[in-house]
Design a protein around this ligand. Structure first.
Ligand SMILES: Cc1ncc(C[n+]2csc(CCOP(=O)(O)OP(=O)(O)O)c2C)c(N)n1
Ligand code: SF4
Length: 300
């Protein structure tokens, strides 16, 4: 009970009139009611906790978009970037301190569109980062334009007569481009997505988890129910994640939407092959004695 004369804390409210009092996060999420980002947010918490890795050695790199707004709602170290650049920021963070676990939170627009070349090239290097793509098949923050994963013929704000382009197939691209951990999961199954995130974070090397995320505002047709009707589980198909050819067949089938672990391969990660990093993380090195002048001269 407040004592006479004591100053009460100011109650900051979000746009739905909710107060953040009692929450263990800095702010309330601002996503629309029914948005799949709420479920993914919950799964990320489970996934990070599942690694049992020290919180102070975990970093989340966020991109632009509705998904990236999560930067305000997590009590983890993070870096908020824009337009696909969360991907190189994640690699830079890992190479500066390879004792960190790195999760990237990014949308399909940011990862497969704006950051598309980063996406392609990080796989080739087997960089040890876990990329979680909130794949709602739209650029949603900017009010629902088509994205690289929008199906052909779909009408959006930027394609009023129906989209002309074929959709990108992220699973097939990752399978053919050396990615060592490739999964697709559904926002509607939080425990399964959570354990997949743990698995992706524990995988040493590049991991991609494409999450089918309902956006009821700009993609109402692909609802929670729609996904449940169209999905099948790779586990039920007896899929072996060490078989890349069978993974390709599953990724390119058009009758159903396979969910689960497509590929898992053990291979040295990029940072494990850089000789300079063998003696410890770069951040721990004493660079005071490094002769930068002669280094700069080499490049002149
Ligand atoms: C150079 C540039 N390109 C595009 C934008 C606009 N932009 C900001 S967020 C965004 C959409 C991001 O979509 P996605 O990554 O799929 O995330 P979502 O909002 O769907 O979670 C776009 C196009 C911009 N501000 N500047
Ligand atoms: S626009 Fe779509 S993705 Fe963005 S917060 Fe709303 S429901 Fe979620």
């Amino acid at each position: 009970m407040a004592t006479a004369g004591a100053q009460s804390e100011p109650q900051v409210q979000d746009r739905y009139g909710r107060s953040a009092a009692g929450l263990k996060v800095p702010k309330h999420p601002t996503w629309c009611p029914g948005c799949g980002n709420y479920a993914i947010w919950g799964a990320i918490k489970l996934g990070l906790e599942g690694t049992k890795y020290p919180k102070e050695k975990t970093v989340i790199c966020y991109d632009v978009g509705c998904s990236g707004n999560m930067a305000d709602f997590n009590a983890y170290y993070g870096f908020h970037s824009l337009h696909g650049r969360a991907l190189p920021a994640a690699v830079g963070t890992k190479l500066a301190n390879h004792e960190l676990k790195i999760l990237v939170v990014i949308g399909d627009g940011g990862c497969y569109g704006e950051g598309g070349t980063h996406f392609l090239n990080l796989m080739r290097g087997n960089h040890d980062i876990c990329i979680l793509v909130h794949d709602n098949h739209r650029y949603s923050l900017t009010t629902g334009q088509m994205s690289p994963t929008t199906d052909k013929g779909i009408k959006t704000k930027s394609t009023p007569e129906g989209s002309i382009e074929e959709p990108m197939n992220p699973m097939a691209i990752a399978i053919s481009n050396h990615a060592t951990f490739i999964a697709r999961e559904f926002a509607g199954n939080i425990p399964k997505l959570g354990s997949r995130i743990t698995e992706g974070l524990n995988h040493v090397g590049f991991s991609l988890i494409d999450v089918l995320q309902p956006c009821p505002v700009f993609n109402p047709a692909q609802s929670y129910d729609w996904y449940r009707e169209h999905m099948i589980q790779l586990e039920d198909e007896g899929h072996d994640p060490s078989d890349r050819l069978k993974a390709w067949k599953q990724a390119t089938r058009s009758d159903k939407l396979p969910i689960g672990l497509f590929v898992k391969e053990e291979k040295p990660a990029y940072h494990q092959q850089v000789s300079e990093l063998a003696t410890g993380p770069l951040v721990n090195k004493n660079i005071a004695s490094v002769d930068l002048a002669s280094l700069v001269k080499d490049f002149q």
